[in-house]
Design a binder for this molecule. Sequence first.
Ligand code: BES
Ligand code: ZN
Ligand code: MN
Length: 509
Amino acid sequence: MRFHVSATAPAQAKADALVCAIVERPKTLSKVLAALDRALEGVIAAAVSSGELGGERNKTVTFHTGGRLPAAKLICVGLGPAEKVTLEHARQAAATAAKAARDQAAKTVAFVTETFGVARTKPADVVGALAEGVLLSQYRFDRFKKKEEGAKKLGEATLLVPAAALRAARAAASRAEIVSAAVADARDLVNLPGNEIWPETLARAAQEVARKRGLKCEVLHGKALETNKLAGVLAVGAGSTHTPRFIILEYRPSRSTQKPIVIIGKGVTFDSGGLSLKTGHNMDDMKCDMSGAAAVIHTMAVVAQIKPKFPVIALAPAVENMPSGTASRPGDVIRYASGQTAEIANTDAEGRVILADALLWAKRYEPAAVLDLATLTGACVVALGEHATGLFCTDRGLARRITEAGAATFERVWELPLWEEYERQIESDVADVKNVGGRPAGPITGALFLKKFTEGLSWAHLDIAGTAYIEKERAYVPKGGTGVGVRLLSHLIANWKSRPTKRVARSRR
Ligand code: BES
Ligand code: ZN
Ligand code: MN
């Protein structure tokens, strides 16, 4: 889909569909809407007074313009009660209207962005949200389906803005384009079935991002995993003929002396449970178990384009968790690079086992912060459902930044505790820690296992088990892989007020 920002006046815009937003039961029409209403000889005002155009959230009403405007149709989309409109409502409304236009066989669509105004919000931020809503709403995963003749598809979307707002709007829209493309790429990786994506193909996806965006990519496998003592990756990957990889993607601005941010993603390309085999119930969903890796790999594409002043490093331990004669057994004990030992009491709690390697690895960068994203526990799905990612954090400042980024992007997080009282559940009789802690507080004991490997780090763990893969379509998120994390991490990194390292601070004094 081609995508533009333009200062064309709405009444002059040529498109199959012109889109305006309208608040719930408006007392008067906004200035732009009133002008369009005059051109349409009062049909909008009439529809408002009859109640047909009620402005209910995400409800669309279509008018044929009958040649009274250059646009063939006007689609009005509801924002809900005026005093409650948020950026997310605008994002959803744009997405809903874009889908309605597409379903009505429109090829070109133009959005009157002024009608989407949100109180106390910069117009450019509204434009950014609308661009995201439009772009993300058009995502489809149809590569394994027979090509449909004449499938409905938007060819071109234009955001109409006042001339004075053009510059800021273009910048916001181009950021949204970068981020939305990365979200779509992450969704693709998640939606690819387990027979299309293995550790080696996940690594290839990372190398492809590196090649396209000028990043450094290193992939460890075979002997290199052993020499680097990546014991968790080796143990979990031992059962599969598709051998494990440890993926490292680096963005390093030249001459930067600042500390990096490290983002880590769980990359289990398929989670059968291993010898602690899962039941057949929803096992097919376990192709989503590399959603964390997909998010960090494609966030790096965004990073490479927005070019922060500090380094950003993505780590993705990639394995296929399979049962076989070479697989790890429940009860096996492994020794990490740090010398710490872990009892693998249940081979289905594999995410934490491979993430521990990545957390230990992250320390070599002396990072400002480390975030890991993982579809870690079914219990997190039970606790928070599809609408919130579980957050665990050892640094109040970092937790605040993440919570803010979550709110701004609507990839919301909800914090759960890391209280030491829960640690008893993961005490092992034979090793320093056990990889399962029983049914109570499943997401917390999973996070506490990880915490054992984060000494000295400012660290956050995001359990995306509920948010990475959804059952019910939303305005701009289809069923299946959501790409969750890409928008949150991109926002966090773009707004990170970086601190210089101590050494630099001193030399400047
Ligand atoms: N990948 C799963 C968690 C998961 C479940 C993600 C549902 C997305 C949707 C993880 O590896 C797992 O199997 N966790 C176990 C942990 C248990 C054995 C302590 C679980 O949640 O049952
Ligand atoms: Zn898993
Ligand atoms: Mn598992």
